[in-house]
Design a protein around this ligand. Structure first.
Ligand code: MIC
Ligand code: SF4
Length: 641
C-alpha cells in the first residue's frame, strides 16, 4: 500500500512509537516558532528547563500579536523576547515585520520539514508542505530543548480538488466549504491532505489560506504537495535552493475522502459565532455592514490585497462603513507601496493598520454595539472582537472589499473590476533587515510585569471540591482566557487569572480562589469540544492558578487537552455523555481514588449533592499520565533533574 504525504513526513521524523493510526508517536521537530503573546511564557519555561541554547535547526520568535503598547507591559515583553532570543540562539522578528505565519511562510517554511509553533495557526505552513503543528508554549519550549514532540498518529483525510476557481471566488471560499462539511468539532487527531488536479491551480499563498483555517476544524494539520507551484513560490522568495518535490504515492490509501469541484464554488461566509456556521454570501446579501477588516494570517498576502484594491479602485468606502486593512507582512506592505496599490487603498478611504494580528485578536478596532463586522480573518468567536454584542462574519478579501463600498453584504461577482490578471509575482520583495540574529552576548531584560511560570502540586490522594462552573458546548479558549485588552497580562499570571471566563461568568475567579483557599480542588464541567480555538496555554495555567484540578467534559480539543496535562489538570471525559446533564454548578464532587485510577484511565466521580456515581475516562499517553501524577511537566523536568 502506498504512503500518504503525511505518513511520508512522519516516518522520516519518527523517533519513538509505531507509525500506526491511533498510536502515540514522537517526532523530531526541525523548526519552531513562537509569537509574543504565547512566547514570553514559552521562553520563561525554556529557561526553567535549564538549557543553554536551542537545539533544533531553526527557532524564530515573532512579535506580532500585541503591538498596541498601552502601558509599559508589552514593550517590556518585547525587550525580554529580544534579549532571551539573543542569549539562547533564536532569530527575533521585530514588531513591524509582520504576522508570524505569513512571515514564516515567506522566509523560512520548507517542504518536508516539521514545524512546531505556539500558535494554533502554525499549520499555515502546510501550504508549503511543512508538517506544521500548533501546540502550547511548554511543548514548544521542550522542542527547542531537543525533546521530540508527542502526538497521536493521525487519520488522514483526502480533500480532492478538481476544476478551477471562477473569478471573485477565492481560496477562502474553499476552506469555508471544507468547514461547512467537516464542522468545527469531531476532527481531532486527523490531518487534511489536499490532492487532485485542482491543487495545481492554487499558489502557495492560496494554499496557505486553506491550510490556515484547517485549524478551525480542529485537525492536527493540513498538507499540500510540494510541486512546481511550491518551487515557483520559493524561487520568488529567492529560496529556490530549498525546494524538494514531495507527493503522496499514487496508490496512497486515505481514511476518508471528500471532493470539491472548485469551478462550482460560490462566495461563502462564516456567520456568528462560529467559523463552522456557513452560509452563501447570496443568502446574506443586503444586510447592512458597519465595519470591514482585511488582514490576519488567513488573508493578507500580496495578491489578497491586490484583488481587494482592484475592487475598491475608483470607488469610495460607504459612509456607514469603517474599512481597515492590515498587510500580513512588512514585505507585503513595501510591495503594495512600491506598485501604487497602497495609494489606491488610501484613496478608497481605507484605514491602513499595522502589519500585525491587531483586530483579529480583539486588540483594537472593536466594532460598535450590535454592529456587523466583515473580516477576512479566521475566528468569529463570541466576544473575540472585544464587543460582546457585535456580529462577526468571516469572508474573502473580494467579498470584504465590495461590501465596504456598497455598505451591505454583497456578492463580489457584482464587481466591475477585472481581477483576472492578478497573479502571484515572479519575484517578491525580500528585505530581512527586521530579523535580528543571535549574538549570544546580551543580558536578559525583565520588566516588572514578567513573572515566573507557575507550578502545580502533585496529584493529591483526595480530590474533593465543587463544580465551580458548568459551561455548555464549544467553549473556546477565548471564552476561557480572553485576549484583546487583557493580552498585556500574559506574563503576569495572578493578574491575568482574574479574567478567566470573563465573558461567561465574571465572578468565576473569585469563587475559584475562595474554594482554593479552603483547600478544595476545583472542577470545571463542560459540554463537547471544550477548549477549541487557540493554543494559549494560559487557558490551562490560569485556571490551575485558581485551584482547578479537574475538567470533566463531553469532549476536549487536542491542543487544550495537552495544555491541561502539561499543567497537571486532569482532562476527563464522561463515559456516558448524558451524565453531563446530571451535574449542576455548585454540586459537591469527589474524584474517587484519583492516583490509582491513573493507570487504567477509568475514574469515578461521586456527585455528593446528587448521591450519584459517574464514570469518567482519561485518554492520555503514558508520558501525560506521569505528568498528571507529578502535577505538570515543569515538575517532571525538575523531578528528573
Ligand atoms: C488566536 O488566533 O487565537 C491566537 C491569538 O493567535 C492564539 C494564540 C494566543 O492566544 O496567543 C492561537 O491561535 O493559538
Ligand atoms: Fe494572529 Fe489572528 Fe492569525 Fe491568531 S489568527 S495568529 S491572532 S492573525
Amino acid at each position: 500500500m502506498g504512503q500518504t504525504l503525511c505518513y511520508k513526513i512522519l516516518s522520516s521524523h519518527l523517533v519513538e512509537g509505531k507509525l500506526e493510526k491511533g498510536k502515540s508517536i514522537s517526532i523530531r521537530i526541525d523548526q519552531t516558532l513562537t509569537q509574543d503573546a504565547t512566547g514570553t511564557m514559552a521562553y520563561l519555561e525554556f529557561e526553567a528547563l535549564g538549557v543553554d541554547r536551542v537545539k533544533n535547526e531553526l527557532a524564530v520568535s515573532y512579535v506580532d500579536h500585541n503591538t498596541v503598547q498601552v502601558g509599559f507591559e508589552n514593550a517590556d515583553d518585547h525587550e525580554y523576547l529580544r534579549t532571551i532570543a539573543d542569549k539562547k540562539g533564536i532569530i527575533y522578528s521585530r514588531a513591524g515585520n509582520g504576522i508570524c505565519h505569513q512571515v514564516h511562510l515567506e522566509r523560512f517554511a520548507l517542504s518536508g520539514k516539521t514545524l512546531l509553533g505556539s500558535d494554533s495557526h502554525t499549520p499555515t505552513a502546510g501550504g508549503m508542505c511543512s508538517f506544521a503543528v500548533g501546540a502550547g508554549g511548554l511543548d514548544v519550549a521542550l522542542a527547542m530543548a531537543g525533546v521530540p514532540f508527542s502526538l497521536v498518529a493521525p487519520r488522514v483525510i483526502e480533500i480532492r480538488l478538481k476544476g478551477k476557481l471562477r473569478p471573485f471566488v477565492s481560496p477562502k471560499d474553499v476552506i469555508l466549504k471544507v468547514l461547512s462539511h467537516f464542522g468545527v468539532k469531531g476532527n481531532v487527531n486527523s490531518v487534511f491532505e489536499y490532492t487532485g488536479d485542482g491543487v495545481k491551480t492554487l499558489t502557495v499563498p492560496d494554499r496557505a489560506t486553506i491550510a490556515n483555517m484547517g485549524a478551525e476544524c480542529g485537525v492536527t494539520t493540513s498538507l499540500f504537495p510540494s510541486d512546481e507551484n511550491t518551487k515557483a513560490f520559493l524561487d520568488a522568495e529567492g529560496r529556490g535552493e530549498g525546494f524538494v518535490p514531495l507527493y503522496p504515492d499514487e496508490d496512497a490509501e486515505y481514511d476518508d475522502s471528500y471532493e470539491i469541484d472548485l469551478s462550482t464554488l460560490e462566495p461563502l461566509a462564516a456567520c456568528p459565532h462560529s467559523p463552522g456556521n456557513i452560509k452563501s454570501v447570496k443568502e446574506l446579501e443586503g444586510m447592512a455592514v458597519n465595519q470591514v477588516l482585511i488582514g490576519s494570517c488567513t488573508n493578507s498576502s500580496y495578491t489578497d490585497l491586490k484583488k481587494a484594491a482592484a475592487i475598491l479602485s475608483g470607488h469610495h468606502v460607504a459612509p456607514t462603513v469603517s474599512l481597515g486593512i492590515a498587510p500580513g507582512s512588512r514585505a507585503v506592505l513595501m510591495m503594495i507601496t512600491e506598485d501604487g496599490t497602497l495609494e489606491t487603498l488610501i484613496k478608497a478611504g481605507a484605514r491602513i493598520l499595522e502589519s500585525a494580528c491587531g483586530f483579529c485578536i480583539g486588540n483594537h478596532q472593536s466594532p460598535g454595539t450590535d454592529s456587523v463586522s466583515l473580516r477576512t480573518s479566521n475566528r468569529n468567536f463570541y466576544a473575540r472582537s472585544g464587543t460582546q454584542s457585535a456580529n462577526l462574519y468571516l469572508v474573502s478579501p473580494e467579498t470584504a472589499a465590495i461590501s465596504a463600498i456598497t455598505g451591505v453584504f454583497t456578492d463580489p461577482r457584482k464587481s466591475d473590476a477585472d481581477i483576472s490578471s492578478i497573479r502571484m509575482p515572479d519575484k517578491f520583495l525580500v528585505d530581512d533587515s527586521m530579523f535580528i540574529h543571535p549574538t549570544f552576548s546580551l543580558d536578559i531584560k525583565r520588566g516588572p510585569n514578567i513573572g515566573q511560570p507557575p507550578m502545580n502540586t502533585a496529584l493529591p490522594e483526595k480530590v474533593e471540591g465543587h463544580a465551580v462552573i458548568k459551561v455548555g458546548d464549544k467553549i473556546t479558549t477565548d471564552h476561557i482566557m480572553p485576549a484583546g485588552a487583557r493580552l498585556k497580562y500574559r506574563s503576569n499570571i495572578p493578574r491575568y487569572a482574574s479574567f478567566v471566563f470573563e465573558s461567561v461568568d465574571p465572578s468565576f475567579p473569585q469563587r475559584a480562589l475562595e474554594a482554593k483557599e479552603k483547600g478544595e480542588s476545583g472542577f470545571i464541567i463542560a459540554g463537547s469540544s471544550y477548549g477549541q480555538g487557540s493554543s494559549r496555554e494560559h487557558a490551562a495555567i490560569c485556571p490551575m492558578y485558581l485551584g482547578i484540578r479537574v475538567v470533566v467534559a463531553v469532549s476536549i480539543e487536542r491542543i487544550h487537552q495537552a495544555n491541561l496535562c502539561n499543567f497537571g489538570i486532569l482532562p476527563l471525559l464522561f463515559e456516558n455523555e448524558n451524565d453531563y446533564e446530571l451535574i449542576e454548578q455548585g454540586d459537591e464532587l469527589e474524584l474517587l481514588d484519583p492516583v490509582s485510577s491513573l493507570a487504567s484511565g477509568n475514574f469515578t466521580l461521586f456527585d455528593k449533592s446528587k448521591g450519584k456515581k459517574i464514570g469518567l475516562k482519561l485518554f492520555a499517553s503514558e508520558e501525560q499520565k506521569k505528568m498528571l501524577l507529578l502535577g505538570g511537566r515543569l515538575n517532571e523536568v525538575k523531578y528528573e533533574g
